[in-house]
Design a protein around this ligand. Structure first.
Ligand code: OOB
Length: 537
């Protein structure tokens, strides 16, 4: 099994310690400490469950000990795929307590994504639900366990026939190991993936907990805060900015919202006294439209965070008048760097920028195509390194070569400009992924699925602007026969065992793709030409 590492150069690691960013905290210790300090405070509300910190800590430790009793060994990886249910936290903190490493899949993932994540992380177990959004995940993981020799165990929350039931996982907490090394990898997060399938992002206890502490401080979280999780909890935004884990860091309460629709979310905000929540731009638009019509009274809501994709200033301006709370823009990435607008920022900064970095030691470089710094205020590629930005992906030398400079800066793929105050404005993106309502979709991955169709000769996938989703997926297809229709392509994509959000929104047919006189041009150039034609006529 490949060991998990994330290594910063000694001088920087020393600096991050000296500056008090890395304080030797770990996830098992964090929950234990909060259970001691706030035993009776409600940590999680979800469905008809309402657990205090003492409850959550106790349940997680029994679950973690149960994983070890079933033969898992500290250091092994556990793929976890759950919707926003309270048991998710038993599982995650149980995995931490057992010295195991969670790998965070998204609820929408299907066979192809799960298999890739399981193989790449060499996962020994998978934890999921019987059904997520009506899809039968227990059947899926039964197949997966049969096909992948490393994957020894599937644990299912809900109805299960032959697989292990979540409720049977319990053991003696005295068997749990000592707390892990704070500099060791705590979990593997997944990247948006601009070329093909997701890459794995190893985050350490020290580096991630630093972001929780600072995010909680910047977002003014304390033990009275009530954070409502609307987006999937596995996503880095919902997990840590300050998200569910930052809320636990502050000793507050996490409320799990079963649906992002305003008629579910607004009553829950009122019932639970929610103080902060986080949305992607399309959902923020939906909430604002609903609020304009129904004029809901949401007096507890202090802060609406919007991030994951660009929130246009005209929309950002409407947040406070319609929802009666403050707006915070969040521009982050699972690889590390997170930017926030702050309370003290002017309204103009809050609506027109995507914030500034968490840490004074987040190094931000804005460069041209030759990696040379651009003039102050000019637009260029965003490169970054710092106390919580990874220096390498797990088990992926080719991606590491592409995604990091020699001196360890992460190439974000984002095109930005910077104000003298340090606030960043996201101007666009240099890589070929599509940001569809905050979901990152690789054009190359979709092209591969399309080209696998027997009647497709070639396919090029591009993003096109969409008033609601931000961007939508447009596939250009060169068929090899005469009868291929868009419905055939849609049906084909449904058979590919991939997340349904990857199905092209728009399908267009073409007789041929442009080539240059010297031969075929690169797929990137081709996507660029097609996009230009599409947008400029
Ligand atoms: C968040 O994380 P990821 O890993 O799903 O996606 C990162 C990418 C960024 O590189 C950027 O392209 C885009 O998503 N993005 C934004 C944005 N926030 C993220 N683009 C424009 N404006 C924004 N506000 O999406 C994520 C992680 C932590 C906190 C927030 C978002």
């Amino acid at each position: 099994m490949k060991t998990l590492t994330q290594i910063w150069p000694d001088d920087l690691a020393q600096l991050y310690h000296e500056k008090g960013y890395w304080r030797g905290e770990t996830f098992p210790a964090l929950l234990r400490d909060r259970a001691v300090r706030f035993p009776g405070r409600v940590a999680v509300v979800g469905g008809d469950q309402r657990w205090t910190y003492a409850d959550l800590h106790d349940k997680a430790r029994h679950f973690g000990a149960g994983l070890l009793a079933r033969g898992l060994v500290p250091g092994e990886r556990v793929l976890i795929q759950m919707s926003n249910v309270p048991e998710y936290f038993i599982a995650v903190f149980g995995i931490f307590a057992a010295g195991l490493i969670p790998v965070f899949a998204l609820p929408a993932h299907r066979r192809v994504e799960l298999e890739h994540l399981a193989r790449k992380s060499e996962a020994s177990a998978i934890i999921t639900q019987d059904r997520i959004e009506r899809f039968d995940h227990s059947a899926l993981v039964a197949d997966l366990v049969a096909d992948l020799p490393d994957l020894r165990m599937a644990i299912i929350l809900g109805d299960t026939a032959d697989l292990t039931s979540f409720d049977t996982i319990t053991g003696n907490p005295a068997t749990l190991p000592a707390d892990p090394d704070p500099q060791s990898v705590a979990f593997l997060q997944i990247s948006g993936g601009s070329t093909g399938l997701s890459k794995l992002i190893p985050r350490t206890h020290d580096d991630y907990i630093y972001t929780l502490r600072e995010s909680a401080r910047i977002c003014e979280q304390d033990e009275k805060s009530v954070y409502m999780a609307v987006l999937p909890v596995a996503h880095n935004f919902t997990m840590s900015s300050p998200g569910v884990l930052g809320t636990f860091y502050a000793g507050g309460t996490v409320v799990l919202c079963p649906s992002p629709l305003p008629d579910v979310a607004f009553p829950l905000i009122r019932a639970e006294g929610v103080t902060i929540t986080a949305l992607v731009p399309p959902l923020a638009l939906l909430w604002m439209d609903a609020a304009e019509k129904s004029r809901p009274n949401l007096p507890s809501l202090q802060l609406l965070q919007v991030g994951g994709a660009k929130f246009l200033p005209e929309a950002a301006r409407r947040v406070t008048p319609t929802l009666g709370c403050r707006l915070q823009q969040v521009f982050g990435m699972a690889e590390g760097l997170v930017n926030y607008t702050r309370e003290e920022d002017t309204d103009d900064i809050t609506v027109t920028t995507q914030g500034r970095p968490i840490s004074p030691d987040d190094e931000v470089r804005i460069v041209d195509d030759a990696d040379q710094p651009v003039a102050d205020g000019a637009t260029g590629h965003l490169l970054t390194r710092g106390p919580y930005t990874i220096r390498a992906y797990h088990n992926d030398p080719a991606a590491n070569q592409r995604s990091f400079t020699k001196d360890g800066f992460y190439r974000t793929g984002d095109v930005v400009s910077r104000l003298p105050s340090g606030h960043l404005i996201v101007q666009g993106r240099a890589t070929d992924h599509i940001n569809r309502a905050g979901e990152k979709i690789s054009a190359e991955e979709i092209e591969n699925h399309l080209i696998a169709h027997p009647d497709v000769f070639d396919a090029v996938v591009v993003s096109i602007p969409d008033a609601h989703l931000g961007e939508r997926i447009c596939a250009f297809i060169q068929p090899s026969g005469d009868d291929l229709k868009a419905t055939d392509i849609r049906r084909w994509m449904r058979t590919r065992d991939i997340a349904t959000f990857k199905t092209p929104d728009e399908i267009r047919f073409t007789d041929s793709f442009q080539t240059t006189a010297v031969g075929k041009i690169s797929r990137r150039q081709l996507r660029g030409h097609i996009k230009d034609e599409l947008l400029n006529g």
